[in-house]
Write a protein that binds this ligand. Sequence first.
Ligand SMILES: [Zn+2]
Ligand SMILES: [Zn+2]
Length: 388
Amino acid sequence: MGYLLQNVKIASEEELKPTNILIRNNLIKDIGEKITPSGEDTLIGCRGKTCVPGLIDLHIHGSYGINLMQVDPEKVLQLADKLASQGVTAFLATTAGKSIQAIKKNCSEISVAIAQQESGARIMGIHVEGPFFNKSSPARGANNPSWLRTPDLEEAKEIIEACKGNLKLFDIAPELPGAREVVDLMLSQGVTVSAAHSDATYDQAQKGFDWGINHLTHTYNGMRRIHHREPGIVIAALLDNRVWLEIIADGQHVHPRMIELIFRLKGLLGMGAVTDATMLAGLPPGEYDFIGTKVLLETDKAYLKEEGTLAGSIATGMDLFMNLCNWGFSEHDAAMICSTSPARHMGWTEIGEIRVGAKADLIILGDRGAAITFIDGQIAYQNQDTST
Ligand SMILES: [Zn+2]
Ligand SMILES: [Zn+2]
């Protein structure tokens, strides 16, 4: 048994005629104008609607009141289920802050969830944001300085252990003493290493990229500013073909033209959109106590009450996709930035693409977001308002 999506437009570089997609088991089995379904296939008429690969978020701390920095396995799985409604089909559960003990506990709770997962957006692993960041510079962003510390090899080993093989992405400020040893350790374990919350100069950043750091966390945010006499870490990453750049495409953290600048230098496969969403995403506006700090939540942004610094984002995966389309990217290009490129960068070859043989993780777009989200060949979300 499977699904035949009829009269569906696959977002592509050139204008394509609507076609049909056959899903069997968990895979895209066939794509073409003439596909004969079996009696057991469910037919879904898509009336020319657009199909894009499911969105992939490499940096998300929570949503809907669920905080991945303070979770139990059940909550992690609830979040995975809810993300399907945004068209997100895979993500890295992202933890940050506080003590090494708290980080390790979160990592081990998330690992239990990964082992138990049966539905929802795929939890591809864990992204640990910190705690080896530069506390003496504004680059620390919304991180409480008391959480941040000098890189420590033993603590890094403990974090790896707590993740039970699920650590996929680790963030560090490369200019700190001892950073090199931690980067080497992470790379030896197959973990992708990203530069983040860093005051690195151009030269310090380049050195970090030579060690094997090939990812920049929320580019422009939480890092040394670009200056024409000291270009800093952003320009070092923009000019280095080995480095892939994350951007928070929520319209608050980065100006759209700064995203265009990355696109022009890096191309679609050198960049990816992330939400960096906090637990506040999806909650009503108001004042919240957010991991020990007072945060004001408005309809389109959240910021620290005292300093006015943005406190992560409240965007959804679908918000990023739609923002990119509104800023001039085609649906195909937006899907590359929100899905294909993150998947390629992380080495996930079976997702992030609409092609025969790929995992059937895809979205049929409605007027206001995902009309239907397929994950692993099953309907994970269907918008009741949208009849297909
Ligand atoms: Zn951050
Ligand atoms: Zn973050």
